[in-house]
Write a protein of this length. Sequence first.
Length: 316
Amino acid sequence: MLEYTDRHFRYLLRLITNKTFLYTEMVTTGALLYGKDPERYLKFSEVEQPIALQLGGNNPDHLGQAAFMAQNYGYNEVNLNAGCPSPRVKSGQFGASLIEVPELVNRCMQAMKDKCDIPITIKTRIGIDHNDDYSQLLTLVEQLEKNNFNTFIIHARKAWLDGLSPKDNREIPPLRYEYVYQLKKDFPHLNIVINGGIKTLEDIKLHLNHVDGVMIGREAYHNCYFMKDMDALYTGDTLANKIPDTRKIILDKYLDYMETELSNGAALGHLTRHTLGLFHACAGAKLYRRQISENAHKPGAGIGIVEKAASFVDCD
């Protein structure tokens, strides 16, 4: 599973992996129900499937309506975000704040389930602020398990809503993988997916000895090509048993997509920023990033900027 990706990056990821489940960035129910352009958040290319829409909110009726919209748009799953550590989630009592109100979470999940036929899942942290003992996570899962919700994505850090920025919340609270492992032991029939600090295929192999799945977040953005062997190793996809495309072949394919998006009014900088991690650890990668960063935002910038940047890189 891959998380926190806008639709352009999801397209690039799909050129690297074939079957990995993609998750959108969190979209609030207000943006979908009352925003001027809900399609901006819901739009995706068919090539991106399977794909899940991650929702932020705490109003069961609103979440049910948003889940219904997701199903109509063709999403394969709806995921409730109960782990976002943004400062606004505390005042709005959504995101990580939901960990402390399992009854409300249950009503939210049930409302979404009542409105659509696609799977409803949840992503949460192991705790919040000083309330980070295992019993709090256990209570949340017990509440939902009784109502036949069976997939839980657990970021193995607590969230500090007082004093830490969202960036710091991704790095400073210690990882407690043992909480997630214990959850699988206590609920062997549930589908438990682990998230947080996972960077290599070796990390994935280790975690899969204890849980059912792994979600990759930031590392997918900084070093997306490490996932080139993901399908062959973990999904059993025979199409992935061929020799993976090289980085430059993937970029060439993405350039075709970029040309289409540019003709539809997309900004070059919004498309190229997602390629900055494609050449991670390759000779010339720094020059590639500099060429993109210094020129992609200029008026009239086009595909030639990317082609020139790629000429600086020497890699397989």
